[in-house]
Ligand binder design. Structure first.
Ligand code: ADP
Length: 277
């Protein structure tokens, strides 16, 4: 769905390139996590995926369309939606409904189609009861769900989320992650930048950026098992993996290629049971 070819990028105000020769293909329906230390270029990278930034060198293709081609940039932005860190910066409407209608309104769709899309999108994120509410009165988590609904109303094929849970409390975070996982199950391609490794423990692929390059990419089991290397880069690992890893360092014979709480519980239960039983 997305092909990145030898992408480099330099901000005009910055002496050195921020991205250095990144090549990557993102398959339709994949869930790709993007991690790396602060300032390694994650945001700069994902802003290339829908043409918000265009490469200084190299190319980015979205379903065969080059993001440099101004004639198709609108189409690219419709296919690849962005959800940003701060939900307050994404709200444009006076009501939730108006906010979600903003994107399809720009596409000049017929009013009935817009209404249908708004209703459907709000239902997907579980915010249909809030349609008439002024968005500025919502919690950060609710605003982020409205922002996702706004993206969904464009009927995208891919959603890029750039640290979408930073300003959310744990239960709101959980809801947003559930919605995103549900969308992926329905076939939506997801690119998810995060600091929190637990959030992408279930991703199909994890891309580790370091100093504007891909330092490593692979399945979570290939990436998160390299605990000391990740720590050296200043990147964490999923919490349950950390617990198992520390137990192993302490001489306990447990697997460390486990990233989900349920699997960790099974592993630990199997360890404890013979002693108690
Ligand atoms: P990350 O998302 O991994 O924290 P960013 O892509 O935000 O990294 O930033 C990468 C580097 O680019 C940082 O050194 C940052 O200071 C710089 N940078 C980001 N945005 C701009 C900008 N608009 N102008 C100049 N430099 C920028």
């Amino acid at each position: 769905m997305i092909k990145v070819e030898d992408l480099s990028y330099q901000y005009e105000t910055k002496g050195n390139p921020v991205l250095n020769g990144i090549s990557l293909e993102i398959q339709k329906g994949a869930y790709v996590g993007v991690i790396g230390p602060n300032g390694c270029g994650k945001t700069t990278f994902v802003r290339h995926l829908n043409g918000l930034l265009t490469p200084t060198a190299g190319e980015v293709w979205v379903e065969g369309m080059n993001t440099r081609d101004t004639a198709v940039v609108q189409e690219i932005r419709q296919r690849v939606g962005m959800v940003f860190q701060n939900p307050d910066n994404q709200i444009v409407g006076m009501s939730v409904e108006e906010d979600v209608a903003f994107g399809p309104g720009n596409l000049r769709l017929p009013p009935l189609e817009i209404r249908k899309r708004v209703e459907e999108s709000l239902a997907v994120v579980g915010m249909e009861k809030y349609a008439q509410r002024p968005p500025h009165n919502l919690s950060s988590g609710e605003k982020q769900l409205v922002a996702i609904a706004g993206v969904l109303a464009m009927r995208p094929e891919c959603i890029v989320l750039d640290e979408p849970t930073t300003y959310l409390d744990p239960s709101a975070r959980e809801r947003v992650l559930e919605v995103v996982a549900g969308l992926n199950t329905q076939g939506m391609t997801i690119v998810h930048v995060t600091h929190d490794m637990d959030e992408i423990a279930q991703a199909d692929e994890v891309v580790v950026l370091h100093e504007g390059r891909i330092a490593l990419r692979g399945r979570p089991s290939e990436v998160f098992t390299r605990v000391e290397w990740l720590r050296g880069l200043g990147v964490g690992i999923p919490r349950v993996t950390e617990v198992l890893w520390r137990l192993r360092q302490g001489g306990v014979d447990v697997r460390t290629d486990i990233f989900a709480l349920e699997d960790a519980c099974l592993e630990l239960a199997a360890l404890i049971r013979p002693r108690t039983g």
